[in-house]
Write a protein that binds this ligand. Structure first.
Ligand SMILES: *[C@@H]1O[C@H](CO)[C@@H](O)[C@H](O)[C@H]1NC(C)=O
Length: 215
């Protein structure tokens, strides 16, 4: 009995490794058909006979994003939403532009790990591990440096130079997803009860109301 249990646990642990990123495709491609009413994990496949080269293409990543906003950064995503041919492939990327001292606020990608390459400028990056340690790993990257954010962990970036900064992030999901912590907690629809947030964050009610108005 105990032996069977060990076998079972080994199989379960192997499965969880195999499913740590998007599932592997079972065909050459499955170009997303956003018109399809079929609900699957990902998108239904477009008729392969109708697939064209442009289904695998995105143009324009040489263009900087507009960073004139509260945080001073802009993410230009290139995921399955931009390239339907990424459906089922478990990969995507993004260009991130940072104004001087601009930040990409603390956020997490529920579906993928991220590997970030600095193309221009100096960027301070960091991620925080799970409870109870909540250990911060952080360092300053220069042009050409590469840093990894493990799947699901909260991370952030800040341009620590006086000029613009640019990074390219690759992600291990066709649809990594983004949860920006402040927006999700203080800007949900409908709102999380403010008395719950008062207790959770040990804040004054006026501060919680202020944060809710900001997000
Ligand atoms: C960038 O965004 C700001 C604020 O939304 C806007 O005023 C400005 O016109 C935009 N600039 C460009 C080049 O699109």
């Amino acid at each position: 009995m105990a032996f069977l249990l060990v076998i079972y646990l080994v199989i379960v642990s192997l499965l969880s490794i195999a499913f740590a990123s998007d599932p592997n495709p079972l065909q050459d491609f499955c170009v997303a058909d956003p018109q399809s009413a079929v609900l699957v994990n990902g998108f239904a496949c477009k008729d392969p006979q109708q697939v064209q080269a442009k289904d695998f293409f995105f143009g324009g990543l040489q263009l900087p994003g507009n960073k004139s906003n509260q945080v001073g950064s802009m993410v230009t995503p290139v995921t399955v939403a931009q390239i339907p041919g990424l459906n089922t492939l478990g990969i995507s990327l993004a260009r991130i532009d940072y104004a001087p001292w601009g930040i990409n606020p603390p956020h997490t990608h529920p579906h993928g790990s991220e590997i970030l390459t600095v193309i221009e400028g100096s960027i301070k990056v960091g991620f925080v591990t799970s409870n109870p340690e909540n250990r911060l790993f952080t360092m300053v990257l220069q042009k050409g440096d590469v840093f990894v954010f493990p799947i699901g962990l909260i991370h952030f970036e800040r341009n620590v130079g006086d000029g613009n900064a640019v990074a390219i992030a690759a992600l291990s999901s066709q649809n990594p997803g983004v949860i920006t912590i402040a927006n999700a907690v203080f800007g949900s629809t409908p709102e999380i009860s403010s008395d719950l947030l008062v207790k959770a964050f040990q804040l004054d009610k006026s501060v919680v109301n202020y944060l809710e108005s900001k997000f």
